[in-house]
Design a protein around this ligand. Structure first.
Ligand code: UDP
Length: 426
């Protein structure tokens, strides 16, 4: 199968952990690589963000194409809408010169617009339509509900996002909760399949180095440091938590600007969180690492006693899977994808959203109980191995593609096989 993906802001080549690069980048990269490994021919189109980016970059058997759409510099995600027609035109041009794919899989609502436009352009030129598969990753309706006036999405999202849902040929939701949200937006349930995100279980493993800098209990918050991820709730919970084994627990906050950069405290969100910690009287027990590259994260995760994820809402949330894959229990707000991935009392604990009191109570129960943490960690590892590896996610995604196109997944052309093996005979 020839598969095009569009991921307008989230390049699979970007370093993740900053304000605009997170789970979607990881998802698109891993899905593309895994589908290529299965013998599919995968091209990911993303917006050019620097003048010196090569037009085409190989990515472990898949290929990333940088398309000119707006200025060749970083532009915040919520300001990209005006450049979507240029992105669509660039994608359609590439199809014209290299042949059209069997389908296009768009990631995020704006990529959906570009995919539908590119498909329409192709139809106009050839009389054939390229089917569109849509994964939203996040929904404007949910964001607006939780963020209110702080939501910087363009106003047009309200009408355009449901349109993408209606016009796409198939929708992939990443959790059950999203299916309900999509239905509430007027998108037929029958069109939606649930395929979760995955985790690299060969990188995030039980065994391996662990970074441990203190004898005290350590919990970690990992992710893009944006307010809705709720790191401040964890700081407030830390302040309510008594000592564990005679030592006051510590909190590691991972994410934000480049790690090792001494100026991380000039980042507004880190500065705000540091102030919250000082105000709560725990400034000396909260450490900011800045962004840590994926390859170094497993050793950090293995070194903590629990990973805490308490976002206000969460379309999926890959971080809990990464913790589970490393055998670390997860204390998670019972929202969105976290209700599917974290099994309360088995792989971790659920707490009500935006409730530092309840979070402190859960941590007070879990942190001193080493046996329980070890049992939950082992159960977490089993759970990701059973349902959340990238090969199983790619398999389920290929099933959706197959249902749409009638193609046999994995029945690749020789050229795609050659490219997956490292060589591309063009
Ligand atoms: N991440 C990272 N380094 C950091 C912070 C985050 O590699 O310093 C990665 C993290 O491991 C995960 C992704 O960024 O793979 C965040 O994905 P998630 O789905 O949890 O949240 P999103 O960013 O999509 O809201």
């Amino acid at each position: 199968m020839r598969i095009a993906m569009i991921s307008e802001h989230a390049s699979p080549l970007a370093a993740v952990g900053g304000a605009d690069a997170g789970g979607q980048n990881v998802h698109v990269a891993q899905l593309a690589i895994e589908l290529a490994r299965r013998g599919e021919e995968v091209t990911v189109y993303t917006r050019r963000t620097a003048a010196d980016q090569p037009a085409r970059v190989p990515l472990e058997g898949a290929e990333v194409v940088h398309v000119d759409a707006g200025p060749a510099e970083p532009v915040p995600r919520d300001e990209l809408l005006p450049f979507m027609s240029e992105l669509a035109a660039g994608v359609a041009d590439d199809w014209r010169s290299r042949g059209a794919p069997d389908l296009v899989h768009a990631h995020f609502w704006m990529s959906g617009l570009a995919a539908l436009d590119a498909s329409a352009a192709h139809l106009g030129r050839t009389g054939e339509r390229v089917p569109v598969v849509q994964t939203f990753h996040a929904l404007g309706t949910v964001k607006r509900r939780h963020q209110g006036a702080a939501d910087t999405s363009p106003a047009e999202r309200e009408s355009l996002e449901p349109r993408v849902g209606r016009d796409a040929d198939a929708i992939i939701a990443t959790c059950e909760d999203e299916v309900d949200e999509l239905e509430a937006m007027g998108i037929a349930r029958e069109k939606t399949s649930v395929v979760p995100c995955g985790v690299d279980t060969t990188r995030f493993t039980l065994d391996g180095p662990r970074v441990r800098m203190t004898d005290a209990s350590v919990i970690a918050v990992i992710g893009r440091l944006v307010p809705r991820k709720g790191a401040d709730l964890v700081i407030q919970a830390l302040a309510r938590l008594g000592s564990v084994g005679g030592r006051a627990p510590e909190l590691l906050i991972v994410g934000g600007p480049g790690g090792g950069d001494p100026s991380i405290y000039s980042d507004p969100e880190i500065a705000r969180l540091a102030q919250v910690a000082r105000d709560a009287g725990v400034g000396d027990r909260v450490r900011f690492t800045g962004q840590i590259p994926q390859r170094a994260l497993p050793s950090v995760i293995r070194g903590v006693d629990a990973v805490v994820c308490t976002p206000w809402y969460e379309p999926f949330g890959i971080v809990p899977l990464e913790a589970m894959a490393c055998g670390v229990p997860v204390v998670a707000a019972a929202v969105g994808g976290l209700r599917d991935t974290v099994v309360d009392g088995v792989t971790g604990m659920h707490v009500p959203p935006r409730d530092p009191e309840a979070l402190a109570a859960a941590l007070a129960e879990l942190l001193p109980d080493q046996l329980r943490r070890a049992r939950m960690g082992a159960a977490g590892r089993r759970r990701v191995e059973q349902g959340y590896t990238w090969p199983s996610v790619a398999q389920a995604t290929a099933e959706v593609y197959r249902a749409l196109t009638g193609a046999v997944p994995g029945a690749a052309e020789p050229a795609a096989l050659a490219r997956a093996a490292g060589g591309w005979p063009r």
